[in-house]
Design a protein around this ligand. Structure first.
Ligand code: FUB
Ligand code: ZN
Length: 613
């Protein structure tokens, strides 16, 4: 097992390009938009602990703490880079309230103080440990941003209480969290405060999971929250996708920390199972809303895809950990697929509204069919919302964007890895690395490394890339171009050929049989009805068609167009017609990046198109 060091947010600046633009929107708009909706819905007010069944205040939900925690984490990432007194004081206001309402014994949870105080740690589905996990991550981010450890100290008291209740007294009604998250958070905390008790607690939760008696949960089966087997024996991704991937991220942390090969093998198998059998082309995971879960291999329906934004984020988090343990570009490829597709499809281009579910097809007339027969299958919504009743995704996507710097580089004593091509400057281990690029709109990448002579540089060659040029000698090593750094100020140019390509799915994916999707570099494309005045389900792409790209400011990337074949008006009128009599006409299909769908009103949308020879 390798142990590359992950770059810290403090060591990297996003300087230009796609992600600098996204971070600006996140910093100027999204963080306030999420804050305001969380104010409107009573989530911030809940920290006053004022709710009583009689006083008419909104009843807090049992994981509102986690929504605000993710907001604090994101705001902390933001102020670490761009000091902002207003955001900092809002964060501190919440920390004060947490301190004020924390129990003597360290316990903190809004719902289980004002709604069900007698049921603490009695209901495994009630997310007390999940909320604590997110609070821990927030406290670590706040500490990294400000150097202040007060928030960590408050939670340390709560963690001591959890250690006592779960591992000493064994007085809780369950032994492991019903929604994983605290495991990875404890490792994260250990990075800034290396106290072994955090690791021991994380190990307790990982090791108890799947043991007999661990499977008690309010609904569904034991696999729903990965309690069907001990974690080292889990090789198939099952159950609720976000739970699964937060758990797997914690498992990867433990594999690294304890050099636990069995755990590592399980992590690799779980990754491969998702990447090779259970993932949409957008990176989305979770084929059904029932349990927000994985189903069976290759079951990837497009219109009813669940593909929760948080699930893509959690898979990116897991993959980002694995890339440092196993040198193979497939992990950073997965991060790339997520960050340009399944994650940012979850946020509108203006940064104010969100998708929780990310379908790969919207057919508005199909939806009318459902109402005409007075029956509605569960289909995702077609328009973004500013907040949801269950609003886990909006604060998650803002924290991911604010923290994207952590995904770019990693290193050890002799090697520097560039996993993502993002315009940035990073300083670590006495060296400095600069990436200059407009990727993914353009494949030209210039990298300068200072003070790293005699180390080796590893540049990821994305799996989608068929041709590339490097202006120096290199060897390929598991998907990375390996290059000797032979001067103190080493400059290198990489040019990845980025062009539109038709992609087919495995024939095992019945939903995409005989169809093709379009990708250009890491970006998946879709067509929307608003750009195309014909039935998208009639569009047939010729396999050898030339797809033309044109840069568009509004998407901060290319839009595409290609010639297609459509049925002519007369033939459309006949319900059935001998094939030889069907007349066709040429048309042009306009495509936009998938992440940009549903930004211009309600519209049909398609990713997969019929192919003709
Ligand atoms: O239960 C907490 C979060 O809400 C989950 O991670 C999401 O899937 C949503 O159910
Ligand atoms: Zn979510």
């Amino acid at each position: 097992m390798e142990k590359l060091k992950r770059i810290q947010l403090k060591d990297v600046e996003i300087t230009h390009g796609f992600w600098a633009n996204r971070q600006k929107i996140n910093r100027d708009i999204t963080i306030y938009a999420v804050r305001d909706r969380f104010e409107d819905t009573g989530r911030f007010k809940a920290f006053d602990f004022g709710y009583t069944p009689e006083n008419g205040e909104i009843k807090p939900h049992f994981f509102w703490d986690s929504d605000i925690a993710k907001w604090i984490e994101s705001a902390s990432f933001i102020i670490e880079k761009t000091p902002n007194a207003e955001l900092q004081s809002k964060i501190e206001e919440i920390i004060n309230k947490i301190e004020e309402h924390q129990d003597e014994n360290g316990y903190f949870n809004i719902y289980h103080t004002v709604v069900e105080p007698d049921n603490r740690f009695k209901d495994r589905s009630h997310h007390e440990l999940y909320c604590l996990g997110h609070l821990i991550e927030a406290a670590v981010a706040y500490y990294n941003a400000t150097g202040k450890d007060r928030f960590i100290n408050i939670l340390d008291k709560f963690i001591d209480h959890v250690i006592k209740v779960f591992t000493e007294e064994m007085s809780s009604a369950f032994s492991t969290p019903g929604h994983e998250e605290i495991e990875l958070a404890l490792y994260r905390l250990y990075e800034v405060r290396p106290d072994e008790k955090y690791i021991k607690l994380a190990e307790f939760f990982l090791n108890e999971r799947g043991k007999e008696g661990d499977g008690v949960y309010g609904w569904d089966n034991e696999a729903y929250n990965q309690s069907h087997k001990p974690v080292r024996e889990q090789f198939e991704a099952l159950g609720h996708c976000v739970r699964a991937n937060y758990l797997y991220a914690g498992m990867a942390d433990e594999a690294r920390n304890a050099e636990d090969e069995k755990m590592f093998e399980a992590c690799k198998a779980l990754f491969d199972d998702m990447a090779n059998k259970k993932m949409y082309i957008s990176g989305g995971i979770g084929s059904t809303h029932h349990g927000e879960a994985f189903t069976i291999p290759y079951d990837l329906p497009n219109d009813s895809a669940y593909a929760e934004t948080c699930a893509s984020i959690s898979l990116a988090m897991f993959s980002n950990r694995l890339k440092d343990l196993d040198i193979n570009s497939k992990y950073a490829d997965m991060v790339e697929r997520q960050i340009y597709n399944g994650i940012i499809s979850g946020i509108s281009l203006d940064g104010k509204s969100f998708f929780y579910e990310n379908p790969l097809e919207i057919n508005l007339s199909d939806r009318r069919r459902h109402t005409s027969v007075n029956h509605s299958d569960r289909l995702p919504i077609t328009q973004r919302l500013e907040v949801f009743d269950c609003s886990c995704c909006p604060p998650n996507v803002t924290r991911l964007i604010a923290n994207i710097g952590e995904y770019i580089y990693s290193y050890d004593d002799n090697r520097i890895f560039v996993h993502q091509y993002i315009g940035s400057t990073a300083v670590f281990d006495g060296s400095q690395i600069d990436t200059e690029t407009e990727y993914p709109a353009d494949g030209k990448i210039k990298i300068t490394v200072a003070n790293a002579k005699n180390k080796r540089l590893y540049l990821r060659i994305p799996s989608w890339c068929e041709s590339f040029k490097i202006n120096a000698g290199y060897n390929m090593y598991n998907g990375y171009a390996e290059i000797e750094i032979n001067s103190d100020m080493f400059e290198i140019s990489l040019e990845l050929e980025i062009r539109p390509v038709l992609i087919a799915a495995s024939p095992k994916v019945r939903a995409d049989a005989g169809a093709a999707a379009v990708m250009m570099g890491p970006i998946l494309y879709c067509a929307e009805g608003i750009d195309n005045d014909f039935d998208l389900w009639d569009a047939k792409i010729n396999q050898s068609t030339e797809i033309k790209a044109e840069y568009s400011e509004s998407f901060y990337s290319n839009t595409l167009r290609c010639e297609i074949s459509l049925t002519d008006e007369e033939s459309i009128k006949a319900l059935y017609l001998p094939l030889k009599n069907v007349k066709t006409k040429p048309g042009t299909l306009k495509l936009i990046p998938y992440f940009g769908f549903a930004n211009r009103g309600e519209s049909d949308m398609r990713v997969w198109f019929k192919l003709i020879k």
